[in-house]
Design a protein around this ligand. Sequence first.
Ligand code: FMN
Length: 445
Amino acid sequence: MTEKHMILGIGLANNFGIHPAAWRLPDVDPGAYVDIAATVRQAQAAERGDLHFIFLAERLFLHGDLATEPPLFNMDPLTSLTAVSQATERVGLIGTASTSFNEPYLLARQLKTMDVVSHGRVGWNAVPSYEPDAFANAGRQLPPREQKYERLHEALQVVHALWGSWGREAGRPDQGGMFADPAHIRPVNLRGEHVGSRGPLPVPPSEQGQPVVVMPLSSGYGLQAAAMYANVVIAMPMSIEQALEQRAIVRRAVKAAGRDPQEVRFITFAGYEVAATAREALDRIRAMDELRDLRPSLSRLGNMLGLPIEAKRSDAPLTAQQLAMMNPAPGHAPSQRAARLARERWSPRDILAHGVLDPFPSVVGTPAQAADHLQEWFEAGASDGFLLNFASFHHGIDAFVDGVVPVLRERGLFPEHDEKPRTLRERLSLPDQYGLDPRVSSSAD
Ligand SMILES: Cc1cc2nc3c(=O)[nH]c(=O)nc-3n(C[C@H](O)[C@H](O)[C@H](O)COP(=O)(O)O)c2cc1C
C-alpha cells in the first residue's frame, strides 16, 4: 500500500551541505564541521517542518580533499544523533553504522540506548562497508563481496535477537523489590561464521520497542538481507521507471522472505534548491560553483552530451552547431536531461547548476516546481517518500520547510502537524516489532 502522505527526511552530512563549496558562503561559519549546534539547528529546522527524520550516512575513513573542501561526512553519526536527540522532540534520527567492523553486541547496545534516550526515534541504516580505505582503517583488506554480506546478514540477526533479549514482559522497576523480571531477560546464544553473541543486552525496550532498520537497495545476498530485516529500503533511482523497477524487486524479495511487502517503506533520494524564481535558485548554486574549479564538472557534462565544453565559453548557450552534434546516451536520464536543458538554451554553467551531475534527481527552481516533482514521483507509486539533499544546509532546509512544505500541505500530500508525540516507527506507519521477526527467524537459522 502506498502511504497516503509522503514521508520526508533530510540527509545531513558535514554541517555545510553536499555542495563542496557550501562551507565558503559568506554567511556560513567555516567552523561548522565541528559545531554540534549547527547539526542541532538543521534538525530543529526539519522538526519545524514536521519532517519525519534526519539521516546521517557515514564512511569509515577521511573522505574529501581537505586542501579545498571539508570532509564530506559527519565526524561520527551516532554520537551526533545522540546529542541532537536531546535538543529535539519529534524528528526521527537515522544513523548509519557498518556491520563490517563493529561487534553486533556493541551495535545493538549503542543503537538501542540511543533509542531509549530519544524516546523511540532512532533508525539504523545498516550497511556493510565497501571501500578498501575503510578496511585499511581496521588494518584489513576488503573481503569478497559475498563475505561482507554474510557478515551483515549474521550481524542483523544477532542485533535483532539482542534487542529482543530484554523482554517487554520484564516490566518496570518496582520499588517493592523487583527491578525487572529475570525470567524475561534471556541470552540469545547465537554463533555464526563471522559474529555471534551470548546476550542478553542491558537495555530495556524503548517507546518504539527497538530501532527502525533501514537498509540500502542492493542485489543478491544484500537484497535478501534487506528483504528479511529492513523496515525501510533506501535507493537512488534516477527516473520514475527505474524507481518502479527497483521497488518491484524489493517487494518480490520481501515476499520471498516471508514478510508482507506493504510493511516495508521504499524511500528514494532527491535534491532540491528552491527560491522565489528559478533564476534565483540557479544563482544560489552558481554562487557556490564560482567558489570552486568547475572544469572537472564541465568535462563530465561534455562527456554526457558527447561533445567538448570549453570553460571559457561555458556561460553562453551551446551554438546551433554544438546542439546538432550532441549525442546523449539514450537510456541515461541525467544525459537526456542535460541535453534537454541545452536545447532550452541554458548555458553549460546553468545546466550544471540544475544538478545534472547529482547522483539522484534534482530540482532547482520554485517551491511549486519542487512540489510538482515530489507529487509526480509519489503519485506514480515510485516511492513512499524522499530523502532530501541540499546543496547548502544553511539555506536549503529552511527554504524547503518554508516554501515547499506549505505547497505539499495545500495539495493534501503532507500531513498537518500532529501534536501527539510519536515514535519513528509510528510516524512511518510501520508495524510493531520486538526482537527478530518470527516470520524470518526460522528461515535465518
Ligand atoms: C542509498 C544508499 C545509501 C548508502 N549509504 C551508505 C553509507 O552511509 N555508508 C556506507 O559505507 N555505505 C553506504 N552505501 C553503500 C552500500 O552499503 C553498499 O556497500 C554499496 O552500495 C556497494 O554495494 P555492493 O557491493 O552490493 O555493490 C549506501 C548505498 C546506497 C544505495
